[in-house]
Unconditional design. Structure first.
Length: 361
């Protein structure tokens, strides 16, 4: 278990699964709701408690053969007066010709900071607290089968940011964003998506490219650009055994605030402490084998490798870090395939537990 969770880890959940029903026929149909209470403890947060919820539905006029829209909601409080509220969403309209996805959130929480680069040291770890709202929106229009283009917007209001006094973040002169500020970016998007299911793909491709530019005319305190390429492939190799692969490339320009740098420790590289390694550029590769166990219970084993680097020309001579792990999934909605996910990933830096909804990628 990681140092962060070395004292005690408690995770208790159960599912309240709503029955399929038609609600407000003028707007929403086939609404299904799942609620998951959560309790946990870490030294940094103290006792934490809250709930995760997932609803799936189809909007007016959408056929049952189309992909379902979904809204997730997580609310967590801790005994140390921390608070998280996040609501990812995805909507499909006009027979999937329009797709909207994003997130609404508010975070008052602690985050780790080790410094920048793959040579950052474990002993330099410190915590900083941040209090900020978040808004994400990406709107896509299909221009031919399976291929869409769109616009995106990102907002984070880091106006309350408290580093440890005289710590690495507080005393570093070259860390952009340590004083707090507004991230306000507008982007151009392209998406190729042939997955057979958005919650548990068994075959197909998902390739998303994004270019974002910080928009001072929208209130950004920073001036930078970023490009991301997220490529996923799914293949059913035998029976219900699925091989999923995710290659991610991300690059940021000079002027990027440290809160928006690329980092290892995401769902792609499970096993690292969150934001353990961060820099302007990321190259990571993850693969996962998913297989049935018993009725609604599924299993998975995964591995990943990745690096963060100051410039892309160092890609092939950079130091790469690896992680492996496994986990369980429990299907809470057999019709749509939504599921609970519990994973444990191990790297050279220790291990991490993950408890959330749906697959990592």
């Amino acid at each position: 278990m990681s140092r962060t969770l070395s004292v005690l880890f408690i995770l208790v959940c159960y599912v309240i699964q709503g029955q399929s029903q038609q609600v407000d026929q003028d707007s929403i149909k086939n609404l299904r709701l799942n609620i998951l209470p959560v309790v946990f403890y870490t030294p940094e947060t103290g006792l934490g408690y809250g709930a995760l919820g997932l609803s799936t539905f189809r909007l007016k006029g959408e056929e049952l053969s189309t992909r379902p829209s979904s809204v997730q909601l997580g609310i967590t409080f801790t005994s140390k007066k921390q608070f998280l509220m996040f609501m990812p969403y995805e909507f499909y309209l006009d027979e999937e010709k329009w797709r909207f996805k994003g997130e609404l959130g508010y975070y008052k929480y602690f985050y780790n900071f080790y410094g920048v680069g793959m040579d950052s040291r474990e002993e330099d770890k410190e915590l900083y607290t941040a209090d900020f709202p978040r808004f994400r929106l990406a709107a896509y229009r299909e221009i031919f089968q399976d291929f869409s283009i769109g616009l995106g917007y990102e907002f984070d209001g880091y106006h309350v940011l408290e580093p440890e006094p005289d710590g690495l973040l507080d005393t570093s002169l070259d860390i952009i964003g340590k004083e707090g500020g507004t991230i306000s970016n507008i982007g151009f998007l392209a998406l190729y998506d042939t997955r057979d299911n958005i919650f548990h793909p068994t075959k197909g491709w998902y390739v998303e490219g994004a270019f974002y530019h910080s928009a001072r005319w929208l209130g950004s305190n920073y001036s930078y650009q970023k490009i991301e390429l997220d490529t996923r492939y799914y293949q059913q190799i035998k029976g219900n055994v699925i091989l999923a692969t995710n290659l991610f490339l991300g690059t940021r320009s000079n002027g990027t605030p440290f809160q928006d740098l690329n980092y290892l420790g995401t769902k792609r590289t499970r096993g690292f402490d969150n934001r353990r390694y961060l820099d302007k550029n990321e190259v990571s590769l993850a693969t996962e084998l998913r297989f049935p166990l018993y009725k609604r219970l599924k299993g998975a084993v995964f591995g990943a490798t990745g690096t963060v680097i100051p410039s892309l020309d160092q890609t092939f001579k950079a130091s790469y870090k690896g992680a492996v792990g496994g986990g369980l999934r429990y299907i809470v909605n057999k019709k749509e395939g939504t599921r609970l996910r519990v994973d444990y990933g191990i790297s050279g830096d220790g291990g991490q537990f993950y408890f959330t909804i749906n697959e990592a990628f």
